[in-house]
Ligand binder design. Structure first.
Ligand SMILES: [Zn+2]
Ligand SMILES: [Zn+2]
Length: 422
């Protein structure tokens, strides 16, 4: 073989080998790579018009399995208000239909209502401590729930305080007194059976069962936060355990009771540098609040490394693009397990098979949720009415209002009489 033939032979060999490695051996030589899904094993085209599984949770679109708990963050923020994050509130929905609210921080009622759950089922609230960012919306839930279909008392569990006036009972009694005018103005107008509370105050110093009904056990134990009178909770049902810390400095009781938790929710405060730069605290206050009153991210990680839950949830910081990294970085110094950095409308479906984290997508223009059962008729005799002085200020607009009564009578098919004093 002369040199010329050797070059030709070598070139041909190179072409054959290249062709072989690029597909001849698979029998699809020369075809361009087809990456469309239809090309795979004859699978049908995905329809652009038929419904298919979502990657988010749309309220009231999914059935809970009998052995499943859905936890929804309805408040994950800080004591100061912001549209993106209400203050502390976590809703736990059980496969048996029971629903439990843990903390009811300022702004959270709006989130609960956006989930469109009949308010008759939003009647059990467990308060971890009496800071406004953990119970500041109890009045909003009391009133709005009572208007929108909870025709039974709002049931509230919460800790005692070092003195009676620092306890949950005193706080809720004061709240009811605050709404004296609100209630008086509704008497004889609408069904007000929901404008009552049923308060279960328990000793904050004890590790104890505070609720046991329908297979659900809720325990409370002491927390260390601000002053005496903070607690944390666990909910156990059907072999699942969800733990909610409310606010606390890292403590031995949480580590003990959160053991074997499927979902362990614990506060994780904003970093000290951000407390100074963005929350506008002095360095002294930032160190005190961010590391001594609350749980700093590094300490959150340390607690979770001791608990080793199936899944850890950190909340209680303003979650922005520039704050999330520093919080995560500090948590990861001390904890490398499964973790969610919570934000409002984050959802966890918890079962023995797994824990799925998603976001809920809600209708910001939501109306009242459907009624679980109808309102009772009321008697106009119960109305408080006006003094003659105020009554005497009415303009005569009967000519435009009376047709509305006629319109309603025609629509409903029974007569609604225009109200007169005689
Ligand atoms: Zn607090
Ligand atoms: Zn707090």
């Amino acid at each position: 073989m002369n040199l010329k033939n050797l070059v030709i032979f070598g070139a041909l060999l190179a072409i054959v080998l290249t062709a072989y490695f690029y597909g001849w051996h698979r029998g699809d030589a020369g075809k361009p790579a087809d990456l469309t899904s239809a090309a795979h094993a004859g699978a049908p085209m995905v329809s652009p018009v038929k419904p298919r599984a979502r990657d988010f949770y749309a309220p009231n679109s999914e059935k809970l399995a009998p052995d499943e708990i859905r936890v929804i963050a309805c408040g994950t923020g800080m004591p100061t208000p912001r549209p993106a994050q209400a203050a502390a509130c976590f809703l736990m929905e059980l496969g048996n239909g029971e629903k439990f609210i843990f903390d009811i921080g300022a702004g959270s009622t709006e989130r609960l209502f956006a989930l469109q759950i009949p308010t008759a089922f939003l009647d059990k609230v467990f308060i971890g401590h009496l800071h406004g960012d953990h119970f500041g919306d109890v009045g909003a839930l009391f009133v709005a729930g009572g208007i929108a279909g909870r025709f039974s008392p709002l049931r509230i569990w919460g800790p005692s305080g070092a003195t009676p006036e620092l306890g949950t009972k005193a706080a809720i009694e004061a709240m009811e007194k605050m709404y004296a005018w609100d209630l008086a103005g509704r008497l004889g107008q609408t069904d007000v059976r929901g404008f009552r509370t049923e308060v279960h105050e328990f000793d904050y110093r004890k590790e104890q069962v505070v609720y046991q009904e329908n297979g659900v056990t809720i325990r409370a134990w002491p927390a260390i936060h601000a002053i005496d009178g903070s607690v944390s909770y666990s909910l156990e049902w059907n072999g699942l355990k969800i733990v909610f810390g409310s606010d606390t400095y890292p403590n031995k009781w949480f580590v003990k009771h959160a053991k074997n938790a499927d979902l362990a929710i614990h506060e994780c405060f904003i970093t000290v540098p951000d407390l100074v730069a963005k929350y506008r605290l002095t360095p002294e206050a930032a160190l005190q609040v961010g590391t001594q009153i609350h749980t700093a991210p590094e300490a959150f990680g340390k607690v979770m490394s001791m608990v080793k839950p199936r899944h850890a949830v950190a909340y209680h910081f303003f979650k922005d693009t520039d704050t999330t990294g520093p919080v995560l970085e500090r948590v990861r110094k001390t904890y490398d397990g499964p973790l969610s950095l919570a934000e409002d409308y984050m959802v966890w479906n918890v079962s023995k098979d797994g824990i799925r984290e998603r976001m809920a997508v809600v209708d910001e223009h939501s109306w009242n949720p459907p009624l679980a059962y109808p309102a009772e008729p009321v008697s106009p005799k119960d109305r408080v009415g006006y003094s003659p002085e105020i009554e005497g200020g009415r303009l005569d607009v009967r000519d435009v209002i009376e047709p509305i009564y006629q319109e309603a009578s025609d629509a409903v098919g029974r007569e609604f009489k225009y109200p007169t004093n005689d």
